[in-house]
Design a protein around this ligand. Structure first.
Ligand code: FAD
Ligand code: PHB
Length: 396
């Protein structure tokens, strides 16, 4: 077995792992990133698309927002449709903050290019990485690189390997507490080569289920439909998808949604998950490896970036002068934001979705909350602060 060494071994080249590698490199800290999938796979994977202003600011400060600044679509509000009428929530007027639509896979492409340009080590197609000795001062990761077995000695392991990753599994049972909730519905998401029907996002609450009109570029729209929890895609031919979208977005007297070619489609489960603490010895979990939210409030990617901001600062302090305080407090520092994101995502999920089997009483409570949101400035401001991510920095 060949021996390699680095300062931080990072498992996973999603947004969390790549951003951590980049921020560490800016501080002169070396890392090796190990990714199970191919580069093409991670660069094409369609996922999140809404970046909070704090996320954009961090990417800009890190020097990786050139294309994001040119191509990202800056938003100041969204439309909320219910009972056949449309209402606008002007979150920028309420908070001063904007959001930016820019595909997660574009962030990933930009970060991979930045690592490449800096001569960083990102290995794709590594499907057997296993961290070990993370409860000692000499952790390591074993894997196969280019057909050869290697052992990477390191100071720290960053578990940025998503919900199904390996890092959480190496922590002994009993050292972590998990919290989980599964919703009785899912989102069917499509990407279509159709210019967005509106410049802003449209959230539509309908008795047949929720629908969202989003976008990735001026030529590509992203649409979502609430569907059953284990919905087979085979039951959703194009015509059924468009008919359902048209029904749920219908406005009294409004134009019907146009349909177009579907470029890709997938079903995303609606699940919440948190693990505490987010660290064990010299292993630090970040992003989806430690917590996931249902996509309703678009918080997953933004919470992952928030973890990485804390972890990069903590590792930088350790390498700068040997201080452990920030590393020791990593989990505590992240979890307040994590639970705030959980709460808002759960709240927005229950605001937008009819729950299967719910009674008319529950449906009317949801309607009352929706009306509050579009008639009370106080309610809209509290909502907008969470939506744009302004509520997070307040936690300190
Ligand atoms: P990931 O992006 O999951 O990255 C983890 C990486 O680790 C992956 O590249 C994976 O291949 C790799 N990996 C896994 N196991 C191993 C291993 N054993 N060894 C090496 N590498 C490994 N959020 C939104 O805000 N809006 C959305 O619409 C939305 N849609 C989503 C759709 C899907 C199908 C999923 C799964 C998530 C979605 N999310 C969405 C959530 C958002 O995309 C995530 O929060 C975000 O990707 C978190 O980034 P991450 O880097 O922590 O994890
Ligand atoms: C998306 O474009 O993927 C998206 C946007 C806003 C949301 C959820 C998902 O609330």
């Amino acid at each position: 077995m060949r021996a390699l060494g680095t300062q931080v071994a990072i498992v996973g080249a999603g947004p969390s792992g790549l951003l951590l590698a980049h921020l560490l490199a800016l501080q002169g800290i070396e890392s090796i990133v190990l990714e199970r999938q191919s580069r093409e796979h991670v660069e094409q994977r369609v996922r999140a698309g809404l970046l909070e202003q704090g996320t954009v600011d961090l990417l800009r400060a890190a020097g990786v927002a050139g294309r994001l600044d040119r191509e990202g679509l800056v938003h100041e509000g969204f439309a909320l449709r219910f009972d056949g009428a449309e209402h606008r929530v002007d979150f920028t007027e309420l908070t001063g903050w904007t959001t930016t639509m820019y595909g997660q896979q574009e962030v990933v492409k930009d970060l991979i290019r930045a690592r490449e340009a800096a001569g960083g080590h990102v290995h794709f197609g590594v499907d057997d990485a296993v961290p070990g000795s993370v409860d000692t001062d000499a952790p390591r990761v074993r894997c196969t690189l280019g057909g050869e077995r290697v052992e990477i000695a390191c100071d720290f392991v960053a578990g940025c390997d998503g919900f199904h990753g390996v890092c959480r599994q190496v922590v002994p049972a009993g050292a972590l507490t998990t919290y989980e909730h599964t919703y009785p519905f899912a989102w069917l998401g499509i990407l279509t080569s159709l210019p967005p029907a509106s410049e802003e996002l449209i959230y539509a609450v309908h008795e047949r289920g929720f629908a969202l009109h989003s976008m990735r570029t001026p030529a590509i729209s992203r649409l979502y439909l609430q569907v059953g929890p284990d919905e087979p895609l085979a039951r959703w031919p194009d015509e059924r998808i468009w008919t359902e979208l048209r029904t749920r977005f219908a406005l009294d007297g409004g134009a019907a949604l146009k349909d177009g070619p579907i470029l890709s489609r997938g079903v995303t489960a609606m699940r919440s998950f948190v693990v505490e603490p987010m660290q064990y010895g010299r292993l630090f979990l970040a992003g989806d490896a430690a917590h996931i939210v249902p996509p309703s409030a678009a918080k997953g990617l933004n919470l992952a970036v928030a973890d990485i901001r804390v972890l990069a600062a903590a590792l930088s302090a350790w390498y700068a002068d040997g201080t452990r305080e920030l590393l020791d407090g990593y989990s505590r520092a992240c979890l307040a934001s994590v639970w705030q994101g959980q709460e808002f995502s759960a709240w927005m999920t229950s605001l937008l979705h009819p729950f299967p089997g719910e009674d008319r009483y529950a449906a009317n409570l949801r309607r009352a909350r929706l009306r509050d949101l579009v008639t009370s400035r106080a309610a809209a401001t509290a909502f907008a602060e969470s939506y744009v991510g302004l509520a997070r920095p307040r936690l300190g």
